[in-house]
Design a protein around this ligand. Structure first.
Ligand SMILES: Nc1ncnc2c1ncn2[C@@H]1O[C@H](COP(=O)(O)OP(=O)(O)O)[C@@H](O)[C@H]1O
Ligand SMILES: [Mg+2]
Length: 276
């Protein structure tokens, strides 16, 4: 089998949060502990682990969001990001490189209501990356906007709706359209269906899978819900207390877990709906 090229190589990544918020100044809490992981281009990689295991910290570290939201954070290690003609250490990237990286690596969160500006309409939210990243005429922007609405199953909404006027599923679709309109190579999805009704979850998962194939994306799919991850991932990484305890092809991890923590995690989740 042909070896796939890595698009991301995480080497000895440490993230420590200052515990000043919890009244023990100068103590740091280690959220990621010397974590290393290679991510081949074009793969759908699932990251699982209980709440607090460091999944969101990892997601945010990949797009250098940690030092923006939180000044009390220490990050070390390397996150190498490969493009056709270049490799950048995300941890060391300067403003100009970060701008490029943030186009190439898009992230969607659990709650689009908090990540989408409430003052922007669906039209504005999806047009913004089109205008920021591509040199398009107004007509081309509105054509692309219609295409993205169609592609994400939003063809029937009023594009001038504000997020609060849309359902949870529709809002998440706007978030997906907005992130993919930048034409990234990597999409990070952090618990993106966790707040949605089960029926809507399925729709969003199918949509993400389809768009991943269509645009040849590398998908980093994070969820505490193993059944969701099993459906969407080629490869699974199991995290516990800031470390990777096991990783492997999805079938291997689910059918023949080696690590005690993975076994415990799997046994706590009803998997009856998935026949072998
Ligand atoms: N901004 C922060 N400041 C201090 N501690 C944090 C912060 N964000 C997360 N943590 C802590 O880091 C650990 C990992 O959190 P997180 O990455 O959100 O885990 P997960 O997404 O797997 O639930 C948790 O113990 C959490 O309390
Ligand atoms: Mg999280």
């Amino acid at each position: 089998m042909e070896e796939k090229k890595n698009i991301l190589e995480i080497k000895n990544l440490n993230v420590e949060y200052s515990s000043s918020e919890i009244f023990t100044k100068n103590k740091y809490y280690c959220a990621l502990d010397n974590l290393s992981l290679n991510i081949p281009a074009g793969i759908a990689i699932g990251i699982v682990g209980e709440s607090g295991s460091g999944k969101s910290t990892l997601a945010r570290a990949l797009v250098r969001l940690l030092d923006i939201f939180n000044y009390n954070v220490k990050v070390s290690g390397e996150i190498l990001f490969y493009t056709v003609d270049n490799v950048t250490d995300i941890n060391k990237a300067k403003a100009k490189q970060l701008k490029k990286i943030r186009k190439e690596i898009q992230i969607i969160f659990q709650d689009p209501a908090s990540s989408l500006s409430p003052k922007m309409t669906a039209r504005e939210l999806i047009s913004e990356p089109l205008c920021n990243y591509f040199n398009l005429s107004n007509k081309e922007v509105s054509q692309k906007l219609s295409e993205w609405l169609e592609l994400t199953g939003l063809g029937n909404i009023d594009a001038d709706s504000y997020p609060r006027q849309l359902s949870g599923g529709q809002r998440q679709k706007v978030a997906i359209a907005r992130s993919l309109a930048a034409r990234p190579s990597v999409l990070i999805a952090d618990e993106i269906v966790s707040a949605l009704d089960v029926s809507v979850q399925g729709q969003i998962l199918n949509l993400i899978s389809d768009l991943k194939s269509k645009f040849n994306l590398t998908l980093i799919f994070i969820s505490h819900d193993l059944s969701v991850v099993r459906n969407i991932s080629d490869y699974v990484v199991v995290m516990n207390e800031g470390k990777i305890v096991e990783e492997g092809n999805t079938d291997e991890i689910f059918n023949n877990p080696q690590n005690d923590y993975t076994k415990k995690l799997l046994s706590s989740i009803p998997l009856v709906k998935f026949p072998h």
